[in-house]
Design a protein around this ligand. Structure first.
Ligand code: ME8
Length: 644
């Protein structure tokens, strides 16, 4: 058996300085997308993420919260992992810099560098930014002594510090960058780094005596290791670089492809300090560096500590994970900044996902049922438009791979949606509804519908890295066995026969943009605790009962509540302009799939509440006893009809 090539991908390790926002989530998602793509391509992949848990800021925020620093970071690490689970991030390891496996490596490296005199003791005098934990020169802070990175005031400090001899390696690094043109991407960032080196590198202060929450320097324990030297080491400490048998390190660090993904804010640390550390330690530089731009809000950059950022949970809980994954990847162009705007999110979801992609699936499956009894095979009865669609499909696969191989999934998605548009156009060109009227055109009709379903199958494979759940659902609708949806099977004609499902529930329901924008503005109410146990209620008069507005509703979608095991979140059509979201404690008795399509009775004038973070705008009627629960169902009435 051929040995697979390896692909090792890393995110920055995040500071536990606040709730992660869509900016941090972007990097993590981007890495997940590339990992999934490379796995599909046959690479043996390894994906590392984690937390950067030391430093003055962490110490201070734990003190403010009145908890020991370790408890503080433990809690944030758990919350972070929960977010990655919610986002379906397939990481292989989660490194935390407070772990022993990491600390030992940092301490050993520090002592080694000290011994070989690449680290030396000196004094630092300069303008120190508490927030960035960095010293700056007089020129950098300007007349107002403002931190050039974050804009906060700096303090003049003098302290004893160890230094790493950056200057000694400046020329070697410069040459390395010149000799490896694809080391830093995009090219504009590479030029920035070269210019920075050309300006002259000062030795880097790599220890602190002003706080304790860090890894102690073994030979001089009043010093803790400066966060960047500590943090950067994570990329190899997680691979067990100093283990007796460093399997992971040998396999992935010294493997075929290593990619560090970072935001442009931390480019310098990864493009200068990290390679110099590796050179000094005589460890091969095997990685490539991709620095992406920032997601901005209309009023500027998001910040974890300043608050006011956009959080992924809001969008995922309301619109589903894949809509969010799609938007985040699609909207940030390679290497530049992008805007995260709720209105653009809603419009993209409507246009690209509900209209173009969702409709192609709905229409194609519906036509196979309506005109062909649910089965479609390849037929030798061509139309004038087949070749163009097939060419587009082949071209899309090539262009998509080219974009993905260049680490540009936004461009790859654009290619997929060109194919989706082409397939929609093919429906208009071939007019299956006209062909269906003419018996003699039966084979042509079947050939047309085959083209559509087969294109959808390939589209499904192309969407796996970004929208894995939707791809899986699509394969289910057209009965394309998931195990056969491989990198190689992205060619027209790979599956000659399909039996499609009778009915498709829209993957992405159309959103009422105006209403959703209003809803997104409303601050989420505090999560209510589970409803109080009901006691037997007192007798009421008929007038009291008349106050309850009971209506017929149809459950059009349903999913498990992210933060409460017993709750399901249903979308219920009451015949109103927009469907309602209703949260019910019924998950022990019904799966979300069983709920979809049920005609239920809804208490329509119940005051909306928020249950564990999900808004509930009504209540479903159900009967229950000690053992079981049954949702009350109707048969023939229509959504909105009243129940008395
Ligand atoms: O810098 N848009 O951690 P951090 C896109 N611990 N990406 C953004 C973003 C935005 N608006 N805001 C943040 C650290 N990011 C260090 C890293 S690595 C050895 C140590 C992303 O919690 C981006 O990738 O401040 C950025 O580099 C990272 O979050 C910073 O995370």
């Amino acid at each position: 058996m051929a040995i697979s090539k390896t692909f090792y991908i890393t995110t920055p390790i995040y500071y536990p300085s606040g709730k992660l926002h869509i900016g941090n989530a972007y990097t993590t998602l981007y890495c997940d997308v590339l990992k999934r793509y490379k796995s599909l391509q046959g690479f043996d992949t390894y994906y590392l993420t984690g937390m950067d848990e030391h430093g003055k800021k962490v110490e201070t925020s734990a003190q403010d919260a009145g908890v020991p620093a370790q408890d503080h970071v433990d809690r944030i690490a758990e919350e972070t992992k929960k977010l990655w689970t919610l986002m379906d991030i397939e990481y292989d390891d989660f490194i935390r810099t407070t772990e022993k496996r990491h600390k030992t490596v940092v301490q050993t490296f520090f002592e080694q560098l000290l011994k070989q005199k690449d680290i030396y003791l000196g004094h630092y005098e300069g303008h120190y930014c508490m927030h960035c934990e960095s010293f700056f020169t007089e020129t950098q802070v300007g007349p107002d002594h403002i931190c050039p990175d974050c804009g906060r005031p700096t303090q003049l400090l003098k302290e004893e510090s160890y230094f790493l001899k950056l200057s000694k390696y400046a020329k070697k690094l410069h040459d390395y960058i010149i000799e490896h043109p694809d080391f830093i991407q995009p090219e504009s960032r590479r030029n920035e780094v070269l210019a920075f080196i050309d300006n002259g590198l000062n030795d880097l202060s790599v220890s602190r005596t002003t706080f304790d929450w860090g890894i102690k320097v073994v030979s001089d324990p009043k010093h803790v290791v400066y966060v960047w030297l500590d943090a950067l080491t994570n990329y190899i400490s997680a691979l067990g670089v100093l283990d007796d048998e460093p399997h992971l390190y040998e396999k992935y660090w010294k493997g075929d492809e290593v990619l560090h993904v970072v935001g442009k804010d931390i480019l310098r640390f990864h493009a200068i300090y990290w390679p110099i550390m590796l050179m000094a330690l005589d460890i091969p530089i095997t990685f490539k560096l991709y620095a992406h731009g920032w997601y901005m809000m209309k009023d500027g950059k998001m910040s974890k500590s300043k608050g006011g950022a956009i959080y992924p949970e809001t969008f995922i809980n309301r619109y589903g994970l894949d809509a969010m994954r799609y938007y985040m990847i699609r909207e940030l162009p390679f290497g530049s900044d992008g805007l995260f705007a709720p209105d653009a999110f809603l419009e993209r979801t409507n246009f690209d996902l509900a209209n173009d992609f969702g409709n192609l699936l709905n229409r194609s499956v519906a036509m196979v049922n309506q005109y062909l009894t649910g089965q479609v095979t390849q037929k030798n009865a061509q139309t004038a438009f087949d070749a163009d669609l097939e060419d587009q499909l082949a071209h899309t696969v090539i262009a998509y791979d080219k974009a993905m191989d260049a680490y540009n999934p936004a461009a790859a998605l654009q290619e997929v949606f060109t194919l989706i548009s082409r397939a929609n156009k093919y429906i208009d060109e071939t007019t299956p509804w006209v062909l269906a009227k003419d018996e003699t055109q039966h084979d042509v009709l079947e050939n047309v519908l085959y083209h559509l379903i087969e294109s959808l199958r390939v589209i499904g494979i192309l969407l796996i890295p970004v929208m894995p759940e939707s791809s899986r659902t699509l394969f289910g609708y057209i009965h394309a066995d998931e195990a056969h949806q491989t990198f190689e099977s992205r060619v027209f004609g790979a599956q000659p026969l399909f039996n499609v499902e009778k009915k498709v529930t829209p993957l992405f329901p159309r959103l009422d943009v105006k209403k959703e924008l209003e809803a997104l503005k409303t601050p989420v109410e505090k999560p209510a605790e589970a409803e109080a146990e009901t006691e037997r209620t007192p007798m009421i008069a008929i007038d009291d009962f008349a106050k309850i507005d009971l209506r017929v509703g149809v459950v059009t979608a349903c999913r498990a509540h992210e933060n409460a095991d017993r709750l399901l979140v249903s979308t219920v059509d009451l015949g109103e302009e927009t469907p309602r979201q209703i949260v019910s404690g019924i998950s022990k008795f019904y799966t979300p799939e069983q709920m979809v399509g049920k005609k239920v009775i809804v208490v329509a004038n119940l005051k909306p509440v928020t249950l564990r973070g999900e808004r509930s705008e009504g209540m479903l009627l159900a009967g229950s006893n000690a053992k079981t629960l049954e949702v009350v169902e109707l048969e023939t009435l229509n959504p909105g009809d009243s129940v008395r």
